[in-house]
Write a protein that binds this ligand. Structure first.
Ligand SMILES: *Cc1c(COP(=O)(O)O)cnc(C)c1O
Length: 372
């Protein structure tokens, strides 16, 4: 039996009738850009995240860029981020004209290591962009405390963390999107909340920033045909995609719970296997289930030979990518990031994955783990 890494056809099989109705309603309305569906989705998603404002845009990448541009970050500024999430943050920072400064991650949760943050701050630092990688919140209490001490903006990359949460120091649970000055989401189809194409959003409690972001996503227009901001773009979420996302948002908590259930199955089945399993946290929503092993490549080959889809998120840290050699980081500069890139392996994990499939993946990993 083949076990796919992901399978969005199964999701469509479950909620297809609702999606079809939403699509039809949107097509028949005759209004396709920035209309009632986008407006309703923005309200619903802001409320879901625990934020006052949501600005829907064309992609998660645009959200990252617009967040920085909206905060006025550009030439001469530095933004601190991590190097283990492909190139999204670094490319967005460079597009503003600012300089990315990379810090290492912690070896078990793969998120920005607050212990290393303060040393990376300089008089030019303007913002910190932590990533809630794999669906687990970065250590936001510690990051926010350091940011407050140095008067820096925190922009969450929440593209893998729709509905993920953690407790504040006072014990109040808060979702991704309610920790930084603003947060960026992607609705790429395979994310926990995915459109039928590209989409993204920013959420914020800052009304002035929200207004600025609305202008920047729409040519810099302050009112119709009147540009009050230079450097605006065209970055809008389609009405069709907003209609789809409104349907799917109603399922998000249920889907995240199903992901957590499957993660618990893996944890149970693999508890005595010679593998590092992702440490659980109550608010972890397992966008990806990522294990680690010194024998990663052999395990990956073994799973592929057994018909099991798997992947590596991500195999090459940003500072070692050919396009970013000019940033000046050498191999060895971020030892944890570099070591983990060679050890991590993402297993199939999605809400419709069956118990039999999880059993099969675990059995294959156990037999692969025995071969030396
Ligand atoms: C997917 C993703 C992005 C980019 O989102 P797009 O919608 O594909 O532009 C950015 N950051 C992270 C962490 C992501 O996983």
């Amino acid at each position: 039996m083949i076990v796919p890494f992901g399978d969005l056809k199964r999701q469509y099989a479950r909620i297809g009738a609702e999606l079809d109705a939403a699509l039809h309603r949107s097509v028949a309305s005759g209004w396709y850009i920035l209309g009632s569906e986008v407006q309703a989705f923005e309200q619903e998603f802001a409320a879901y995240c625990g934020a006052d404002h949501c600005i829907a845009v064309a992609s998660g990448f645009d959200a990252l860029y617009l967040a920085l541009a909206g905060l006025g970050i550009g030439h001469g500024d530095e933004v601190i981020t991590v190097a283990n999430a492909c190139v999204y943050q670094v490319a967005a920072i460079l597009q503003t004209g600012a300089t990315p400064v990379l810090v290492d991650v912690d070896p078990t949760c793969h998120n920005l290591d607050p212990e290393r943050l303060e040393a990376a701050i300089t008089p030019r630092t303007r913002a910190i962009m932590p990533v809630h990688l794999y669906g687990r919140l970065a250590p936001m209490t510690a990051i926010n405390a350091i940011a407050a001490r140095h008067n820096l903006a925190v922009v969450e990359d929440a593209a893998q963390a729709h509905g993920a949460w953690a407790a504040t120091a006072e014990g109040t649970p808060r979702r991704a999107g309610s920790w930084g000055v603003c947060a960026c989401f992607s609705f790429y189809p395979s994310k926990n909340l995915g459109a039928l194409g590209d989409g993204g959003a920013l959420v914020t409690n800052d009304a002035a920033l929200a207004e600025q972001l609305r202008r920047l996503r729409f040519y810099g227009w302050g009112s119709k045909y009147v540009a009050t901001e230079a450097g605006g773009r065209n970055s809008r979420l389609d009405e069709l995609q907003a209609a789809v996302l409104r349907v799917k948002l109603r399922y998000l908590d249920q889907w995240n719970a199903l992901r957590r259930e499957r993660a618990a199955w893996y944890a149970d089945l693999l508890s005595d296997a010679p593998l590092e399993l992702p440490p659980d946290a109550p608010g972890h929503i397992y966008h990806l289930y990522v294990i680690a092993s010194d024998r990663r490549n052999a395990l990956r080959d073994h799973l592929v030979a057994a018909g099991i889809g798997c992947d590596v998120h991500y195999p090459m840290p940003v500072h070692l990518q050919p396009a970013y050699a000019h940033l000046g980081y050498r191999a060895g500069a971020l030892p944890v990031t570099e070591r983990q890139a060679e050890r991590i392996l993402s297993l199939p994990l999605f809400p419709e994955l069956t118990r039999a499939e999880v059993d099969q993946v675990a059995a294959a990993l156990r037999s692969g783990g025995q071969q030396q």
